[in-house]
Ligand binder design. Sequence first.
Ligand code: KIV
Length: 271
Amino acid sequence: MSVHKEVKKVTTHVLHEMKQKGEKISMLTAYDYTMAKIVDHAGIDVILVGDSASNVMAGHETTLPITLDQMIYHASSVVRAVDRALIVVDLPFGSYQGNSKEALNSAIKIMKESGAHAVKLEGGREVKESIERILTAGIPVMGHLGLTPQSIYKFGTYNVRAKEEEEAQRLIEDAHILENAGCFAMVLEKIPAKLAERVAKELTIPIIGIGAGSGVDGQVLVFHDMVGLNNEFNPRFLRRYLNLYNEITAAVGNYIRDVKSKDFPNDKEQY
Ligand code: KIV
């Protein structure tokens, strides 16, 4: 029997057990009650209330504009829907980079006001102190290395990270630093598969990849990309399981046609 099937509630301990048993971890983003309910009932292990809400929910070009209060709004909607998955919430840009006290206060606010189970933050050695401080309050922390979208203006592009030896070496060091600081898991985004596999082998905590190949302990995708709600974003790593953009466009078209032709509502669809 898989760990996944046995558990009523996914905890950080369950994720560690899954890694030890070689069972892959499934993770998706969700930002609202209705979608979170579907994703949870389908049996996902981890729901990430990602700051990608800034892009897919609010239409911003980057993840930078979303605020702590907006993240809490999304997270508390998700928490109301979920029975089983572990819910991790992104600390948004500007809510933790200042100093470790600010990071702790932001993490506490998220946990207190949303009811989520853990936080995620981006970065390596530069956020070590913040991770340690957040952990002193008993809040589990997920790390995030590789392509870290909150630093887009430093990188300049959303291209694959750590292709060069020097950056790859630094990423490996940072991964160890985050594990030693106490992170319970880590996202590796858009890095070469071989590098991600090496990190997953060297670390005991679960490594969840996005565009990081199959040698890691689990996978995460942005829900809207995975179900094809957005047809403009086509990175190589994305597998679309539906094409909801086309399906919804057709459904809306049919509705407009039925309203205009007076076919809707019919006799049975009124009081
Ligand atoms: O915000 C987000 O959706 C993320 C994932 C891409 C890992 O951080």
